[in-house]
Write a protein that binds this ligand. Structure first.
Ligand code: SF4
Length: 337
């Protein structure tokens, strides 16, 4: 019996009720897979629902303004995903439909092997499975893989195993079951082997290696840094700066100024602190009240607080607003870190 068949019944009984599991619409499944890249399920759910409500098909997404698109995405991070979604939606308008083969889906901007396989299998029932962190962990443990899962050779081996175990009649459920097992049972630090539906022949468990597999020799270390951002308010306006539209990161997004950018600012009390991670950097962000000693200069602009909900704003600004209980979308972004 293949891994797919053994996971099937467990998944049907134990799966979490997630909004993208209630549809077979390829557009909605593609959207969820893009949003879930690098982002937690609980954070994605409200964005996914809002996004689909505003852009129910690729046609509405294709004609949205960039400003509205980024405002809808604001807080999810990795903004190139939103821009690529729109580029892909415009291609679909040209093609006249959502692509229906693995190769065509793979050609969409922002879609790699994993996402193409996920959409192809869940929406179109094509026998494809890709590797992401959860699936790598499950397959590496199940096969007691002793090599470094970051290397090409080992990944190719895991890919082959995952593909060989597929259920050709229901590849979408197989992919989702592997993901679900990795997300809820075969956890990175504390796998719950007692409750696992494949524990009887899991190589790592049988050899007592479930805590040391997957092996990642070249794992990147995290760099910690501290940064200060300034809260400068004048009645119902705050001072912000907008990243240049050709910026490599967060192009067009609005940010709180830092003291280095606004040397004429006088710093006052600490309003709060929070953490913020970007790739392998972990920042401690300190929000300081400040006042201008002179003009705002060319870089910054006064922006009305009630305009923020319609502007693309950085996650650091959004978290700062939340600390001050001013987040214009506080009710709707609950649960987002
Ligand atoms: S038995 Fe344990 S290590 Fe093996 S797949 Fe299940 S949860 Fe993971």
């Amino acid at each position: 019996m293949t891994l797919a068949h053994r996971l099937h019944d467990w998944f049907v009984k134990n799966q979490r009720d997630l909004p993208w599991r209630r549809t077979k619409d390829p557009y909605a499944i593609w959207l969820s897979e893009i949003m879930l890249q690098q982002t937690r399920v609980t954070a994605v759910i409200p964005y996914y629902e809002r996004f689909l409500e505003r852009f129910p098909t690729y046609k509405e997404l294709a004609t949205a303004s960039e400003s509205e698109l980024l405002a809808m995405w604001s807080g999810l991070g990795y903004y190139s995903r939103a821009r690529n979604l729109q580029k892909a939606a415009r291609l679909m308008v040209e093609m006249g439909s959502f692509p229906s083969t693995y190769e065509q889906i793979h050609e969409l901007p922002g879609v790699g092997d994993y996402t193409a396989a996920a959409v192809a299998s869940i929406a179109f029932g094509l026998p494809r499975v890709g590797l992401d962190g959860n699936i790598v962990r499950v397959i590496a443990r199940w096969t007691a893989e002793s090599g470094d899962v970051k290397t090409f050779t080992i990944r190719a081996r895991l890919q082959q195993v995952a593909q060989n175990q597929i259920d050709a009649e229901d590849p979408g459920t197989y992919k989702q079951a592997l993901m679900e097992l990795g997300a809820t049972i075969c956890l990175p630090k504390a796998p719950k082997c007692l409750y696992c539906p494949i524990n009887e022949d899991c190589g790592a468990r049988l050899q007592g290696l479930q805590y040391s597999i997957p092996i990642q020799i070249g794992k990147t270390t995290q760099i910690s840094e501290e940064r200060t951002v300034l809260w400068i308010r004048k009645e119902e306006q705050i001072l912000l700066w907008q990243r240049p539209l050709d910026s490599k990161r967060l192009a067009g997004f609005w940010e709180l100024p830092e003291p280095e950018k606004l040397t004429q600012a006088k710093l006052f009390e600490n309003l709060g602190e929070f953490s913020h991670s970007i790739v392998n950097h972990k920042y401690r962000i300190i929000l300081r009240e400040a006042k201008l000693d002179g003009g705002a200069g060319d870089l910054c602009q006064w922006v009305r607080l009630d305009q923020l909900k319609d502007l693309p704003i950085s996650t650091i600004l959004r978290k700062s607003l939340r600390i001050l209980k001013l987040d214009p979308r506080r009710e709707r972004t609950e649960g987002v870190s």
